[in-house]
Design a protein around this ligand. Sequence first.
Ligand SMILES: Nc1ncnc2c1ncn2[C@@H]1O[C@H](COP(=O)(O)OP(=O)(O)OP(=O)(O)O)[C@@H](O)[C@H]1O
Ligand SMILES: [Mg+2]
Length: 420
Amino acid sequence: MTTVLTAVSHHHETAVVAAVGDAPGLTLVRRCADLAELLSAGAAGVARVAVVSADLRGLDRDALRHLAGHGVRVAGFVDPADEEGERRLRQLGVATLLHPGDAPSAVGAALAGLAEATTSQPLPVAAPPVDVGPDAPRVRTPVTVVWGPTGAPGRSTVAVTLAAGLAGSGVRTLLVDLDTWGASVAQLLGMADEAPGVAAAARASEQGTLDVPGLARLAPEALPGLRVLTGLPRADRWPELRAAAVEDLLRLARAVAEHVVVDVGFALEDDEELSYDTAAPRRNAATLTALEAADHLVAVGAADPVSLQRLVRGVQEVAVRPAPRPLVVVNKVRAEVAGPRPERAIREVLGRFAGLEEVRMLPWAPDDCDAAVLAGRSLTEVRPRSPLTVAVAGLAAELDPRCAQALGSTRHGRRRRVRV
Ligand SMILES: Nc1ncnc2c1ncn2[C@@H]1O[C@H](COP(=O)(O)OP(=O)(O)OP(=O)(O)O)[C@@H](O)[C@H]1O
Ligand SMILES: [Mg+2]
């Protein structure tokens, strides 16, 4: 017997209850009055399948993820004339749809089939409807997350310079600011604070209306080939960035560009473990979801002793999470904080205390960084020949072979157009 919950709006109630009641092999265990009741029944583990109507109040991606997390698969109930409702359910990832008047045997088969799908299977997601670029990307678009511990080691500087460097070498790039503790990309690139950015994208995703062209519209070009989805305008709006929406927007982001670079917050604690309400928003959900989605992880730490210790701890914390192995980058490298031979000293410390053999170094360049911040432009524009800009370009080449090719061809004499 397949156990079923229903949560549908009033005018569908009779039809849904009759359809489930008449279908062979199904047991209706509860008729939930609203979404809240459905979520708690789902969490209680009383049923394998839920039937929801397209117009159920509050139904969003996070609710579906919550149900999926408790092993409850969801089918939609929608009137065939309600095209908008059907589209919305599909965009939310609800692939099994029932209609008024479906034969009981068909309803039974559909819901039993849904229940049999393994619960570990991710929510079905609608394929991105169109590609916005003139030429569809040939390789899967990588997502590079730039993370680092607390203490402003330079995550945003590295993320912005990396993204600008990729774009400058011809790789169409989308830079996403998911820092829920202090977004800064919009300011670093002199973009209007009112840019709708991630908050609008997350809202559209929750409502099931986010698609590839919509995401592209929310991410204007800051430089040729560099689109930017700006961060939360105020840090106290962090509850707007829920895991399911972030997961959805990063999935769609891969169709917007050829490389996605994500700036995230420093914190990795998962408040969910402290909370009884598993559907409550979590401040670090955006970071943790981005780490999970990432193909490459860049872990940035600063070169002073306090920062190096945080970096070592941070890399150990990241290692126990679902995330790629980090490419460790030490920024702001200078003799004043690390001794007369700073690179060697840093390699020794990281090797000895953290077993980190492969470390990339970025030089201390306060004047160049200040000039870029003051101008509200990237280092690639303001100081293209700064040792810091050049070192980050090397990082970009390591992360994306297409960028390496572009750099190689410049080195071998073919002039690249440099924006000034
Ligand atoms: N290599 C460098 N040399 C000198 N200054 C740097 C370097 N990299 C970054 N900075 C400066 O360090 C400060 C912090 O940089 P940034 O904002 O990139 O750090 P963050 O890790 O993103 O911090 P936050 O915690 O605020 O998100 C900025 O003033 C920036 O200009
Ligand atoms: Mg930052």
